[in-house]
Design a protein around this ligand. Structure first.
Ligand code: SAM
Ligand code: SF4
Length: 340
């Protein structure tokens, strides 16, 4: 039976983000820069990753605390072998109402149908530009935007509900906002622009590279006739707008300029099986995998998960200022372990 838990700041737990691999077939500058994640970079060995059985068990126990939604992320989750089997397992869990996947989209044609057949319906595709050259300069793997657009078309054609996420960096891809709003409006696909965040330690972030929601909105309003849409649920991170003429939606995610810590209901499990209460956590998450592999019972797991959530007080983005970013010497978990 569900006994909904809240953390130190009164926030319930509702979502679980599972990172299923630390590997990726892209080298996005802001996430896995190629200078650091080069040919000799050592990724996690297979036995350090949680198995599907372990993820299923963890998720089942988390439903007792109030988790209703699971999001699969990475690294690039479509690189995890037989991912559809995990989807099928999660789909069977009582209390899980929604499963989503965040992917760079490159392998959707290869794996999409199996994932759909296993019960997945919602996919977020990360695509940071619609111009091939701009996109290639970001992903550092020579992948063209047009290739990802074809994968998106394919995913839509087999029935997936697709949203597109775009991380905007000043001077890098802010010229992509208007063409992307236009393209996805015509396709009636929701595109969401995300403020560039200071996750991890390796992405060269600073405030001057952030294009704020207000700046993005100003640009979009000059070109399109839009109106704001009311939030659908507690903790919704995107602010949505509707095109008045055809009803298509787009969103802005204010991860920096208007933080959403106060309604953050997400627990995260990194690819090496550690619990994190925040995207900006320090590197030493609680080792859930060790607990499992030392033979913990479901009751022990539940007790530990409750204890972790009860003391959660993270509100990094609320506290972020120029000064805290400069002063913060501590190491944060890298995005390819924890998955956005
Ligand atoms: C880490 S990726 C993992 C899943 C998959 N590989 C993908 O790219 O969608 C998850 C999301 O985090 C976003 N992300 C990574 N680093 C970010 C940053 N510094 N600021 C904002 N979003 C970031 C990515 O753009 C992507 O949408
Ligand atoms: S954002 Fe996604 S696609 Fe890009 S390097 Fe990170 S994990 Fe890979």
């Amino acid at each position: 039976m569900v006994d909904q838990i809240t953390d130190k700041l009164g926030r319930p737990i509702r979502d679980l983000r599972l990172s299923v691999t630390d590997r990726c077939n892209f080298r996005c500058d802001y996430c896995m820069p190629k200078e650091i994640f080069g040919d000799d970079y050592v990724f996690l060995p297979k036995d350090e990753l949680l198995t599907f059985e372990e993820m299923e068990r963890i998720t089942r126990v988390y439903t007792l605390l109030g988790v209703k939604k699971v999001r699969i992320t990475g690294g690039e989750p479509l690189l995890r072998r037989n991912l559809y089997q995990l989807i099928a397992r999660l789909n069977e869990i009582d209390g899980i109402e929604d499963i989503g996947l965040t992917t760079n989209g490159l392998l959707l044609k290869k794996h999409g149908q199996k994932l759909y057949d296993a019960g997945l319906r919602r996919i977020n595709v990360s695509l940071d530009a619609i111009d091939d050259e701009v996109f290639q300069a970001i992903n550092n793997r020579d992948i063209k935007a047009s290739t990802i657009l074809q994968q998106i078309d394919y995913a839509c054609s087999i029935g997936f509900k697709v949203k597109v996420n775009v991380v905007i960096q000043k001077g890098v891809n802010d010229d992509q906002i208007i063409p992307m709003v236009r393209y996805f409006k015509e396709k009636n696909i929701t595109v969401r622009f995300i403020e560039f965040m200071d996750v991890g330690n390796d992405n060269g972030w600073d405030f001057s590279k952030v294009v704020s929601k207000d700046e993005m909105l100003e640009v979009i309003e000059q070109e399109f006739n839009i109106m704001p849409v009311r939030p659908k649920y507690y903790g919704e991170v995107a602010k949505y707008y509707r095109h008045k003429d055809n009803g298509a939606l787009f969103g802005l995610i204010t991860s920096v300029s208007e933080s959403f810590c106060s309604t953050c209901t997400r627990a995260r499990l990194s690819s090496d099986g550690k619990f994190y209460g925040c995207l900006f956590s320090e590197v030493d998450g609680f080792d859930v995998k060790a607990l499992l592999r030392n033979g913990a019972t479901d009751e022990e797991l539940e007790r530990q998960f409750r204890a972790l959530w009860r003391v959660r007080n993270n509100r990094y983005s609320d506290e972020r200022t120029e000064q805290t970013v400069v002063n913060r010497k501590r190491k944060k978990i890298n995005m390819n372990y924890i998955g956005g």
